[in-house]
Write a protein that binds this ligand. Structure first.
Ligand SMILES: Cc1cc2nc3c(=O)[nH]c(=O)nc-3n(C[C@H](O)[C@H](O)[C@H](O)COP(=O)(O)OP(=O)(O)OC[C@H]3O[C@@H](n4cnc5c(N)ncnc54)[C@H](O)[C@@H]3O)c2cc1C
Length: 394
């Protein structure tokens, strides 16, 4: 069986569903290929206000199954203390700084919106893709699909990326592993920055469970089994999930270096990559949902123009890569123990630094202006420590 479409989108996560929604609304015939729904993606599920604002025209954020987060607790294991950062919590509306959503629900709603707009969900796994000068060919166990354009939104292990560009190198990925702790929840995210290997442990509360995990670059020599053990030890020592039943997960997150953002392989003739498949994740916070939705929308807009690949690559470079390059350049300094120590002290005694951190968590503080905002808090030692930790400043 062969079916023909204007556009084939591989992967119905936030990137693919957003692209398919926008294309179908513009009148294109779209095949959205993904066999996994309904499914819970291994993820913290933290959806920032800016991500909710971006999808407010496709889904009603008020209907989401999500926990509204009131505070972020930055734990300092070495000092045995913590700093609490209040977040604006205005219900599940775009005005909230952060909600933590079930990915089954959030992604399912985006997918439903794309289908209602007219996209066809093809529930099968793509096994091969090929692009030539005239068309795109997508193989699945259930037949061949053809189209004029292909959007690869198939996540961190993207087949489309491996076939049409290049796979991620190990040093371009983070390992994220941990547990869903069923039967407990809260209104507070907990974050503990860890120095060795550099990364952080988190607990993100969803309506009926906590998503607890640890992430660090994949090339540190510490494997996912050891990391998961550290997450288990953390759960035990903090008693954060007493009585919960734990379900383990493990998944890669693209976490690129600053130089990678200068030569992202995002598009070619008749194809482009969106979301994780393109490496569009904040290398410090690992926020990826916002960039997945944003790049999916950019892809849909570009496909409707005369020079899709060039237009898409330019928009990604200007509107996403610039910001993520800044984050990548600051990453080593952020996880440096000297900076972390000063940060936690500043968070405890400075309301201005707490407000900066609340805006970073909510995705409202661009990295490009972070230095100046920190300097304006008069926490000069903090800003200086970050600079001295090897971070080139914008
Ligand atoms: C543990 C963890 C915690 C995270 N926490 C957060 C967080 O709190 N906030 C945040 O913003 N980001 C977080 N992220 C990152 C976030 O999960 C991703 O950036 C986001 O899901 C990317 O969306 P996407 O649509 O690009 O890809 P995905 O959501 O991965 O969707 C890809 C889709 O492609 C489908 N697919 C794959 N291969 C094929 C194939 N061959 N054929 C058909 N379909 C295919 C899959 O089934 C999947 O549905 C976290 C990631 C991890 C691993």
């Amino acid at each position: 069986m062969t079916s023909a479409y204007d556009v084939i989108v591989v992967g119905a996560g936030p990137a693919g569903a957003s692209a398919a929604w926008a294309l179908a609304r513009a009148g294109a015939s779209v095949a959205l290929v993904d066999p996994s729904h309904p499914r819970e993606k291994p993820c913290g599920g933290g959806v920032t206000g800016r991500a909710l604002a971006l999808v407010a025209d496709a889904i009603d954020p008020a209907g989401l199954t999500a926990a509204v987060i009131e505070t972020a607790r930055f734990a300092d294991a070495r000092a045995g203390s913590a700093a609490i950062v209040p977040l604006e919590a205005h219900g599940i509306a775009p005005a909230s700084a952060l909600v933590v959503a079930s990915r089954a629900d959030f992604d399912g709603r985006l997918l439903d919106a794309a289908r209602r707009a007219g996209a066809t969900l093809v529930e099968t796994r793509v096994s091969e893709v090929a692009v030539d000068r005239t068309a795109v060919r997508v193989e699945t166990p259930h037949g061949i699909l053809r189209a004029g354009f292909l959007i690869g939104a198939d996540g961190a292990n993207s087949l489309v990326r491996r076939r049409l560009a290049c796979p991620f190198r190990r040093d371009q990925l983070s390992i994220a592993t941990g547990f869903f702790a069923h039967g407990v929840t809260s209104r507070e995210v907990v974050i503990e920055i860890v120095p060795d290997p550099p990364g952080y442990i988190w607990s993100f509360p969803r309506p009926n469970h906590l998503a607890i995990g640890i992430c660090t670059q994949a090339d540190t020599g510490v494997g996912s089994r050891q990391l998961r053990q550290r997450a288990a030890d953390w759960i035990r020592s903090t008693r954060i999930a007493g009585g919960a039943s734990l379900a383990a997960y493990s998944w890669p997150i693209p976490s690129l270096h600053a130089a990678d953002f200068d030569r992202l392989p995002t598009a070619g003739s008749r194809w482009c990559l969106a979301g994780d498949a393109a490496g569009l994740v904040d290398p410090i916070t690992r926020e990826g949902i916002f960039f997945a939705i944003q790049s999916g929308r950019f892809a849909a807009a570009a496909v409707q123009g005369p020079n899709a690949a060039r237009e898409y690559a330019a928009r990604i470079a200007d509107e996403i890569a610039t910001e993520l390059r800044c984050a990548a350049a600051l990453k080593d300094g952020f996880f440096h123990p000297r900076f972390t120590g000063l940060l936690l002290r500043a968070l405890r005694h400075s309301g201005a630094v707490r407000r900066v951190m609340a805006d970073l968590v909510a995705g409202r503080q661009p990295y490009a202006t972070l230095k100046w905002r920190l300097i304006r808090t008069l926490e000069l030692r903090l800003a200086w420590a970050w600079m001295r930790s090897g971070a080139p400043w914008a």
